[in-house]
Design a protein around this ligand. Structure first.
Ligand SMILES: NC(=O)c1ccc[n+]([C@@H]2O[C@H](COP(=O)([O-])OP(=O)(O)OC[C@H]3O[C@@H](n4cnc5c(N)ncnc54)[C@H](OP(=O)(O)O)[C@@H]3O)[C@@H](O)[C@H]2O)c1
Length: 152
């Protein structure tokens, strides 16, 4: 099985990598900080890429697919949280950044791998959203909006 996970250098992505790692599994791990082998079973390849950088994502996807074939599962997990009260003009810059990573970055991750998976006729695309996308959290407008968009 071939599995790609973004945001695997910490938190939920790291936990997912540890969950899926097995002797017959190839893991492709993508984050800005390179997630090294972690001493996991199976084969682990790490890419240092920002999900807002489509060229870096495309290069990682091309390398993974050339070496191992189309993934069976891609988990677009990389995300950031940022509070935005809406009272500060600086919040607009934060809003743009959060939407860029959590929405465009998620879509770009899935788009980088989807053509090869479609050609192979198999595979699952998954995106990590949040309960914050279903109900608002006071002071976290940007994050909630980004997760609503991810769900949609
Ligand atoms: N923790 C929660 O309670 C919770 C609840 C619901 C949903 N979520 C969602 O679950 C996902 C993971 O959250 P987490 O709590 O595990 O967060 P985390 O510990 O902060 O990990 C975020 C991961 O995303 C990577 N990342 C951030 N920006 C990136 C970028 N521009 N390009 C590539 N990688 C990037 C980080 O690695 P680098 O810094 O090395 O790039 C890190 O590996 C997020 O989408 C989050 O919104 C979390």
């Amino acid at each position: 099985m071939r599995i790609v996970i973004t945001g695997a250098s910490s938190g939920i992505g790291d936990a997912l990598a540890r969950h899926y790692a097995a002797g017959d599994v190839v893991l492709g791990l993508i984050s800005r900080r390179k997630a090294e082998g972690k001493g996991l079973p199976g084969q682990v390849v790490s890419y240092a890429a920002d999900v807002t950088d489509e060229r870096a994502l495309a290069a990682a996807a091309e390398d993974f697919i050339r070496r191992f074939g189309a993934p069976d599962l891609v988990i677009a997990n990389a995300g950031i949280a940022s509070g935005t009260e809406g009272a500060d003009l600086g919040d607009i810059a934060k809003l743009r950044k959060v939407l860029d990573v959590n929405v465009a970055g998620l879509a770009a991750t899935l788009a980088a791998f989807a053509p090869a998976m479609r050609a192979a006729g198999r595979g699952t695309l998954a995106g990590i959203a949040s309960v914050a996308g279903f109900r608002g959290l006071a002071g976290n407008g940007a994050y909630c909006a980004s997760k609503s968009a991810a769900i949609t």
